[in-house]
Structure formats: structure tokens, C-alpha cells
Ligand binder design. Structure first.
Ligand code: FMN
Length: 401
């Protein structure tokens, strides 16, 4: 329920993609936000207000002069209540009207009157989108500080392919979270997060890897973004969808991750190494596929990989992870000392529901002074926020606040 204190005004306009706004309203409501939907008259031709009313549990505004009793006087009440205004889908028409400052419906009035950040997700025919009038209007809105997300490329309602599709609901949601997080406790901080399990090639088709899903690292990157940080996520292969609102660098091997981290930590305030990085890699990578041989065994010689946390130097705060199957705290403490970390997050990978691949994690957080905090079994998103609380605390101490 991370959006529980937030009011999102969702403007829905007359596009064939209007039905997708129902999913957006649902996701926002499930995240705890108070979702106030304003529909243009044209939008009501595509989807019934009743749908939004049921999803959000709130009255839906469709007409300026017949407002729900709650807003009976103030035609700008929603403008004031909004933490963010999102127009999805945004027609060429609403984009033009807002660019021109027209106020002839509730949505336009709300946009004109609000001080909240405004996000627009255009959706229209490719020729309408490419038309110079629409392009000029969008450029005007961007220059005024609007966040424009999309449109995407793909099949359009006309059957043509091109730019004009409403972007995925997840992309709009990620953008909303990022915009809402701008005033968070990590605003202005640059955080580099690594995630996933590295892959060390054996031959062109095989590799040595591990079972890391990337869930913990992605949760950290998203939680940091939601608290206002500028995030660079260096991701080893993971099946998770690409997170929105951050720089994502995809890497394969430990060596590639090392290079990417070295580049990304320039000016970083913190490096959080949640990736499961290989300690060893095959000494020789076969150029051709290794064939099944007569001999009953095959020996691969391995060599040590670079220890990224030790080799990447800088003034940034350093957070490491220790996945252990025995002597959890003692091993983690040793790693913290050896790698000169500010925090280490230790998890017992043998305990149920915890660690690699799971949605939950049970960790122990140890700081440089040796202070130990044992957390209960939590969702990885919750663990991420608890780790970031510590990171914020250390940053504040360092800057003397
Ligand atoms: C079937 C149909 C689909 C439409 N889809 C879009 C669309 O995706 N994007 C768009 O900009 N206009 C679209 N239009 C045109 C708008 O509905 C029209 O410009 C309307 O005046 C927009 O009003 P509004 O911006 O107040 O919602 C469509 C019209 C029809 C009849």
C-alpha cells in the first residue's frame, strides 16, 4: 500500500485505448492511492463511468456542471487535492487544448488549476501523432514541465503499425511512482544497484550461472526510484520486466558487470551489490560447442573473477549481500570487514521462503559498527525499503544532519 497517502487524478479521454485506463485505475487503487477519475464526454463513448466508479470506489466526474456532491462548489477541488495528475490515454485533442490553455471541460480546468506534476500518455493514429500540430503541442507541454510517456510503437486501431499506441500500464505506473517519489528521502541521490545472476560462458551455448532471479536487486532499484533517487540498475540476466524510470544496463559476465559498475559509480552516492556474481569462471572458453566425448568425465578449469566490491573504489556508500548457508552472521561480518562495506545484508539461503528466487526474504542487516538488526520474513519490496532506511540514515550521518 505504498501509495496510501496519495491522490491520483486520472484523466481519461476519447481514445480507443480508454479501456486500458481501467487497469491503470485498478493497479493504482490496489497500491492504496485515492484515484479520482475525470472523463471527457468523448471518453464516455468508449468506456462507462460505472467501470471506474466500481474500480476506484469514488465518484467519477464526467460533466463540469453536474459534479458529484463532494465537489459541488469547487471546479478546481481536484486540482488542489491531486498529488499527481495523469492523463491516460491522452487524445490529440486534449493535448492541443491543454497546450492552448483552454478550459471548457473539467479535465482541462483541473490541469490549468493544479500545481501537481502532470503526466500524459498520448494514444492516437500515427498520422495524428506525427502531425506537426501535435508535435508542437507536445513540445510545448514538455517545455512546461509535463512528463510525456510514450506513445509506443505497434499495431494501431486502424490496423496500421506505427507510433501512437498507449504505452503499457506498467510503464505509466512506473512513471507515476517516479514522479511521486521526487520529494522522497533519496531525492537528488544517485544510486547504483546490481541484480541478477552473472553468466560465465563455457562454450557458445553453455554457461556457468546461479539461480538468482534478480528480484531483490530489482526491488531495491524500484524502491530507490520511488524515494526520489536517480537509479542505475546493472542487471545480469533476469526474467523480470525492465523497470521504468531508471537507467538499465544489461550485462552477462562478471567482467561486463565490473566494467558497467566502474562506469556507473562515477558521481554515485551509493553502490548496492545485490547481484549474485560468479566467484569463478572457466579459464578457457571453447570457441566451438564442446562435443560429448568417449571419456566418462570432463574437467573444466576455473579461475577467479574480479571482486567488484573490492576493485571499484570511490567515496560512495557500499552495501553488499552475503548469501550464506552456515555461520550467517560471522561470515557476513568477515565479508563486511574484508570488503570495507558500510552495510552487509546477510540471508540464510537454507531457510524457507527466503533468498534466491523467492518473493520474500529474511535478512540480517549488519553495519560497520557491528550493529545487527534481524528482520522478520518480509516481501523483498519491504526488505528493500528497510535497507534503504539504513542507507538514508548513514548518508544523513555522513553529511552531519
Ligand atoms: C472509434 C474512434 C476512435 C478514436 N480514437 C482516438 C485516439 O486513439 N486518439 C485520439 O487522439 N483521438 C481518437 N478519436 C477521436 C477523438 O475521440 C476526438 O478527437 C474527440 O473529440 C476527443 O475528445 P476528448 O479529447 O475530449 O476526449 C477517436 C474517435 C473514434 C470515433
Amino acid at each position: 500500500m505504498e501509495m496510501k497517502d496519495k491522490t491520483v487524478v486520472l484523466g481519461v479521454t476519447g481514445s480507443i485505448a480508454a479501456y486500458k485506463a481501467a487497469e491503470l485505475a485498478s493497479q493504482l487503487t490496489q497500491a492504496g492511492a485515492k484515484v479520482e477519475v475525470i472523463m471527457t464526454e468523448a471518453a464516455t463513448e468508449f468506456i462507462a463511468p460505472l467501470t471506474f466508479r466500481n474500480i476506484t470506489g469514488r465518484p467519477v466526474v464526467t460533466k463540469m456542471f453536474e459534479l458529484a456532491a463532494e465537489y459541488s462548489v469547487e471546479h478546481v477541488a481536484l486540482a488542489e487535492a491531486a498529488d499527481v495528475v495523469v492523463i491516460a490515454p491522452a487524445t490529440a485533442n486534449i493535448i492541443a487544448k491543454i497546450a492552448a490553455g483552454i478550459a471548457d471541460d473539467m479535465l482541462c480546468c483541473t490541469v490549468l488549476a493544479t500545481k501537481a506534476p502532470i503526466i500524459m500518455a498520448p494514444a492516437m493514429d500515427v498520422r495524428m501523432y506525427e502531425n506537426q500540430a501535435t508535435q508542437d503541442n507536445l513540445a510545448k507541454l514538455k517545455a512546461r514541465g509535463f512528463t510525456i510517456v510514450g506513445p509506443g510503437y505497434g499495431r494501431l486501431a486502424s490496423g496500421k503499425r506505427g507510433l501512437g499506441r498507449l504505452v503499457d500500464v506498467n510503464e505509466i505506473l512506473g512513471t507515476i511512482r517516479q514522479v511521486l517519489g521526487r520529494s522522497g528521502d533519496l531525492a537528488g541521490k544517485r544510486i547504483v544497484v546490481t541484480a541478477g545472476g552473472t553468466q560465465e560462458p563455457v562454450d557458445p551455448v553453455r554457461c556457468l550461472t546461479n539461480r538468482s532471479s534478480g528480484k531483490m536487486g530489482y526491488a531495491l532499484a524500484e524502491a530507490a526510484r520511488d524515494r526520489g533517487a536517480q537509479v542505475a540498475l546493472i542487471s545480469a540476466p533476469s526474467a523480470l520486466p525492465k523497470p521504468i524510470g531508471m537507467d538499465v544496463v544489461n550485462v552477462g559476465t562478471t567482467q561486463e558487470m565490473h566494467q558497467a559498475v566502474k562506469k556507473a559509480v562515477n558521481k554515485a552516492d551509493a553502490l548496492i551489490m545485490a547481484a549474485a556474481v560468479a566467484d569463478y569462471r572457466p579459464k578457457k572458453v571453447s570457441k566451438s560447442k564442446i562435443k560429448r566425448q568417449r571419456a566418462s568425465s570432463l574437467t573444466l578449469e576455473l579461475e577467479r573473477t574480479p571482486d567488484i566490491l573490492v576493485e571499484v573504489k570511490g567515496k560512495f556508500l557500499r552495501v553488499g549481500f552475503a548469501a550464506e548457508s552456515e555461520d550467517l552472521v560471522a561470515n557476513a561480518k568477515e565479508k563486511l570487514q574484508k570488503k570495507q562495506l558500510d552495510l552487509i545484508i546477510a540471508n540464510d539461503i537454507t531457510s524457507k521462503g527466503s533468498g534466491i528466487g523467492a518473493d520474500t526474504n529474511q535478512v540480517v542487516i549488519i553495519d560497520r559498527a557491528g550493529k545487527i538488526e534481524e528482520l522478520p520474513l518480509l516481501l523483498k519490496k519491504e526488505v528493500a525499503d528497510r535497507i534503504l532506511d539504513k542507507v538514508v540514515g548513514i548518508m544523513a550521518k555522513r553529511s552531519g544532519r
